[in-house]
Design a protein. Structure first.
Lengths: 235, 154
């Protein structure tokens, strides 16, 4: 590519860079480059520019492809993997049956409560949103347990310190939650996985016939629990 | 055999790829902020805990989640990288390279400040925020190299 002299400062510049040089170095000058750059030069510049736009080198393409693939895999693994491994349990479907031992030593089987609505809460005593939810459930427990609704919380040891029966008992005393608590040793891969649970607190309202009536994710207003429990009692 | 040096187009496209990753990262954090209040897989222990960071006063400013600011920043960077890749040289008063360097520096400074707050004030680290900061630093490095090369043109 031929060198051209800048009509303003006289510096020799590659013809392809002349316009950029004038714009960058002499932004206030009104320069007409029609005399400096011939039509032939312009054609050559156009060709070089179009090549430059897609001017990816082989090693650059490889590096970008690897980076894009790695980043895409990371995004898929982080965001989608939990949902792929634990597909969400749908409302209306039969609730997966399970058997766990409560921290009081009582063996609980979900199907044993068939004929009564059940509220299952997946939680962790260290989860701040579960601590928010506990008094909400504690307030409605006397009324609904009186109507035959079974409450059960399953601690999936999701975060913070390792949970124990003693820690759970302390939690129950603090938040006045007298219903049975089970510590699932399999954590997220246990009963929670069969319900497609990826976060805490997540609650399921099970109808009298064993189908899932509602799924409540996160610490929600008490009205959400009340309407779901009323629906389950009527179902 | 000598390794072929990376071209300007290589760097700009690489920057765009990192910006897309930043957009995905920040969008996920915004979604988490507005989604139901739950603890997620990002809560590994008491120190690496997105929930602790999200519960702090630093997770939003005037009701706008901090992650939304990051999302806007990454979108601007993505647009600038695409413009530069397509051959646009100037944007308003300055070359596109300068805009890139400006926004990348701004993003890295905000990321640095938030990381400092996480470690020394909140005493908890959100790994997704840390990933966004790392992407910011990568983009800043690319923007600096692109600008340096452009400045060498006589």
């Amino acid at each position: 590519m031929a060198m051209k002299k800048c009509p303003v400062c006289g510096v020799s510049v590659k013809a392809e860079n002349l316009e950029r040089h004038v714009k960058n170095q002499h932004p206030k000058e009104q320069v007409d480059l029609s005399e400096t750059l011939t039509e032939e030069d312009r054609e050559a510049i156009r060709e070089r520019k179009s090549a430059g736009r897609s001017g990816l080198t082989r090693s650059g393409r490889r590096m970008i492809a690897v980076a894009a693939i790695v980043l895409a895999v990371v995004v898929v693994v982080v965001v989608a993997y939990p949902y792929l491994v634990n597909p969400p349990a749908n409302v209306g479907a039969q609730a997966p049956n399970w058997t766990l031992t409560s921290t009081d030593g009582v063996t609980i089987t979900l199907s044993g409560w068939r004929g009564n609505p059940v509220l299952i809460e997946f939680m962790d005593v260290d989860c701040p949103y579960c601590q928010q939810e506990a008094p909400v459930l504690g307030n409605i427990y006397p009324n609904y347990s009186g109507q035959g609704v079974h409450f059960v919380s399953i601690d999936i040891n999701f975060e913070g310190q390792a949970d124990t029966a003693a820690r759970i008992a302390s939690f129950q005393t603090t938040y006045n939650t007298p219903w049975p608590y089970c510590l699932d040793p399999a954590g997220l891969n246990g009963v929670a996985a069969r319900y497609g649970t990826t976060s805490t607190p997540t609650s399921f309202i099970i109808n009298k016939d064993g189908t899932i009536g509602a799924k409540i994710v996160g610490a929600q207003p008490v009205s959400n629990f009340i309407s779901a429990l009323n629906a389950a009692l009527g179902a | 055999m000598a390794r072929e040096p990376l071209s300007r187009a290589d760097l700009l496209l690489f920057g765009a790829v990192l910006s897309v990753a930043g957009v995905a990262d920040a969008a996920y954090l915004v979604w988490e902020w507005y989604a139901a209040a739950t603890s997620t897989a990002c809560d590994i222990n008491n120190y690496f805990s997105c929930t602790t960071v999200r519960n702090s006063v630093y997770s939003s400013f005037l009701g706008i989640p901090t992650a939304a600011v990051g999302l806007g920043g990454f979108l601007i960077l993505l647009a600038l990288f695409v413009l530069a890749f397509r051959g646009r040289e100037r944007l308003g008063p300055w070359p596109v390279d300068i805009w890139l360097l400006l926004f990348a520096t701004l993003g890295a400074l905000v990321g640095l400040a938030l990381s400092f707050i996480e470690i020394f004030v909140i005493n908890a680290v959100c790994l997704f925020c840390a990933a966004g900061f790392a992407l910011d630093l990568g983009i800043l490095a690319i923007a600096a190299v692109v600008r340096r090369r452009a400045a060498r043109v006589p």
